[in-house]
Design a protein around this ligand. Structure first.
Ligand code: GLC
Length: 704
């Protein structure tokens, strides 16, 4: 038998490259590898590791992440490709989450565009820039559904809804991986963090998650399934334990669902030291136990803690079959061959120079940032400002910050290459406009400057690195002295527009009542200052919509739009209903909210009933005086089903551009699969009557 395998392998390697399939090449290489070399491919380090170069030369290494220039990457790659025995190239990776050198709005901001093509374009550009440097794998998209803004990582995802999240997930995968993964400008995408990480109790990062299979399937998994269906090459496991089982060794997630149900063929990476952390979770007593649990559950690569080093002994001493190592090594080598890494292992310094911050990339960053901005309030049309305004006061700690404009996970973006809001205003306001500035640290100075102005732009929020990982908040008030600053400036009686930079919602209940205009800008990226100024001065009409609910208070959390009705829905005329005695139930600003400088009217909602699918359509008209884009949203409710169903569920959305007076008819098709829900171990569609809403118009349809 062995002779026949050997003969077959000799034949395969003798075949011309073109005739060999990737799997042929993997098998042929694997057959030549020692156990240590196979385990080397399962290891992933940052460049700071002391013995890294030695390990690369000795056994080869699967991945190095955190390097950012072609020069540095190529120096490290030469060790693997020229010095190691089998010359297996390193796969270089990085957290290219919302851009590589050209930084786009944070993902929650891109989600606020409700425009998957924008997400795809941002990922495509990020892939072009990163791959030029030799980075061929990104730890993105983060597709964790999040309903709790205390959790700082809401900034990295697409918000609270599974349909919006699924659409964004697939768009990012298409953007990063391109049409052909072997193309030099394609990079592997990574759907993370698998799974339910966003359900961390109390909004505290890394905390326990516990939920029904129904909630897992219906809310938290759809974006991952969408990424897998879009062909994502990798997933990353989450830090949390899900229902008591660490995600990093959760066979239900990694084997039953990911491999067996979804047919995923790529490879799974752990999160940073998450394998060894199973000892903290208390499900492994030793690093080797943790390693064996993780790899037998299907975690192919070990991020940084190198507990997979213990597997060599485990195999030699019969505690782990070598075939398990082979399976993981095969998955990783398959990805490296598919990328063309053996043929093109290096970054391209010339292309890197041409791609990074290319004018077309900056232009795309500005346009996407414009679409991400959400106008929450605009009383008496304070915005847009005239360019003939006399004196403008720009006040607040973020008014002139380039650094914070980049947000968290800024990859290789540089603050000095970003545009602050002040710089954007200077470039856009009229030549005769006098601009006075105060960082607001001294409130009396800020008030004095506000008094000299015709209008005040107050720029408040959190710093760019105060959201993202390990940035949980117990309070969602404006940080520091900002509320006092806000109230003091408003007390001058000057017209105030509040510009907020944040990676999450804040409970700005006072501002929502007292400030005439509020623009939510997230962290708008390298071109953020220009994009915000474009909207503030009306060169661009805002069109963003909230991808996450804004609570009135922390006490309302978790608060999300697709909640169940309960047996006693809120009724303010009745005491014994599901309500608070000290707050309304409804949020400060709901999911899907966002204003425009124009108005849109919806008429003539029609819903056809049918057997397999229904079509729902409506007219949307720009009834105002300026061109604008509207995000048409379709929601349904299943009033009677085997289980209680959400009061509303997003089932379709579409961005529509309309000139003043223009009308377009928007049509959606809703099929059985769209209406199915997880029940008794499977997806169930139940025929019947459904309520449907488009733009506030209500209708109903029957799907048999
Ligand atoms: C971090 C994050 C993960 C990131 C990884 C590598 O801990 O949880 O999202 O991709 O480590 O930086």
């Amino acid at each position: 038998m062995k002779r026949r395998i050997l003969l077959l392998l000799i034949l395969i390697t003798a075949l011309p490259l073109g005739a060999q399939t990737i799997d042929d090449r993997v098998d042929a290489l694997l057959a030549r590898m020692t156990l240590e070399e196979k385990i080397g491919q399962l290891l992933q380090f940052t460049p700071g590791r002391e013995d890294l170069r030695e390990r690369v030369a000795k056994t080869g290494i699967g991945c190095v992440f955190g390097m950012g220039t072609a020069a540095d990457i190529n120096e490290m790659q030469r060790i693997a490709v020229e010095k190691s025995r089998l010359k297996i190239p390193i796969l270089f990776a990085h957290d290219v989450i919302h851009g590589n050198r050209t930084i786009f709005p944070i993902p929650l901001g891109i989600a606020a565009t409700w425009d998957p093509p924008s997400a795809e374009l941002s990922a495509r550009i990020a892939a072009r820039e990163a791959s030029a440097s030799g980075i061929r794998w990104t730890f993105s998209p983060m597709v964790d559904i999040a309903r709790d803004p205390r959790w700082g990582r809401v900034a990295e995802g697409a918000g609270e809804d599974p349909v919006l999240g699924a659409a964004m997930a697939a768009a990012y995968v298409r953007g990063y991986q391109g049409k052909d993964i072997s193309s030099p400008d394609s990079i592997l995408a990574c759907a993370k963090h698998f799974a339910a990480y966003g359900a961390a109790e109390a909004g505290r990062d890394y905390n326990t998650t516990d939920m029904s299979e129904k909630t897992l399937r219906g809310i938290y998994l759809p974006p991952f399934k969408s990424a897998v269906d879009a062909g994502v090459w990798t997933l990353m496991t989450a830090f949390n334990a899900l229902n008591g089982v660490p995600a990093t060794a959760n066979r239900h997630l990694l084997v039953d669902i990911l491999r067996n149900e979804w047919g995923f063929r790529g490879f799974v990476d752990s999160d940073y030291e998450a394998i060894d952390e199973m000892r903290n979770h208390g499900t492994a007593g030793t690093p080797e136990e943790a390693a064996i649990q993780a790899i037998t559950a299907g975690v192919d690569m070990d991020m940084v803690d190198a507990v997979y080093d213990t597997l060599a002994n485990a195999v030699k001493e019969g505690r782990l079959p070598e075939s398990v190592i082979d399976t993981s090594a095969r998955r990783i080598l398959r990805a490296k061959f598919a990328l063309g890494l053996f043929e093109r292992p290096y970054g391209d310094e010339r292309r890197e120079k041409a791609e990074h911050l290319a004018p077309a990339h900056l232009d795309a960053a500005r346009r996407i940032a414009q679409k991400s901005l959400v106008l929450l309030k605009n009383e008496s049309s304070l915005l847009p400002l005239s360019k003939k305004i006399g004196t403008l006061a720009l006040i607040g700690p973020l008014a002139d910050s380039r650094e914070d404009m980049l947000g968290s996970w800024r990859a290789h973006g540089k603050a000095e290459e970003a545009v602050s809001f002040l710089e954007g205003v200077r470039a856009t306001a009229g030549a005769q406009t006098k601009i006075v500035v105060s960082d607001g640290a001294a409130i009396d100075d800020a008030v004095a400057k506000a008094r000299t102005a015709d209008v005040v732009l107050l720029v408040l929020g959190e710093k760019g690195d105060e959201s993202g990982e390990a940035n949980s908040r117990a309070f969602l008030d404006l940080p520091g002295n900002q509320q006092q600053l806000l109230e003091a400036v408003v007390a001058t009686g000057k017209p105030v527009a509040l510009i907020v930079m944040a990676g999450r919602p804040f409970t700005i209940t006072w501002a929502a009542e007292k400030v005439p205009a509020i623009l939510w800008t997230w962290f708008a990226g390298t071109q953020g200052g220009h994009a915000i100024a474009d909207v503030v001065f009306g060169d661009v009409n805002p069109s963003g919509k909230l991808p996450i609910t804004f609570p009135r208070s922390v006490g309302q959390i978790p608060i999300y739009y697709n909640h169940l009705p309960t047996g006693r829905p809120e009724d303010l005329t009745q005491r014994y209903t599901s309500r608070y005695i000290d707050s309304p139930n409804d949020p400060l600003y709901p999911f899907g909210h966002g204003l425009s400088y124009t108005t849109f009217e919806y008429t003539d909602l029609k819903a056809s009933s049918g057997m397999q699918a229904v079509t729902v359509s409506a007219n949307v008209r720009n009834s105002g005086k300026v061109a604008g884009e509207e995000v048409v949203q379709l929601y349904i409710n299943d009033p009677v089903a085997s289980t209680s169903r959400p009061v509303r569920e997003l089932k379709g959305f579409r961005r529509v551009a309309l000139a003043p007076g223009e009308t377009k008819r928007v049509e959606f098709t809703i099929g059985r699969a769209d209406l199915a829900f997880w029940h008794e171990g499977g997806w169930k569609f139940e025929p019947g009557m459904f309520r449907v809403w488009v733009g506030g118009l209500e209708g109903k349809f029957e799907l048999k």
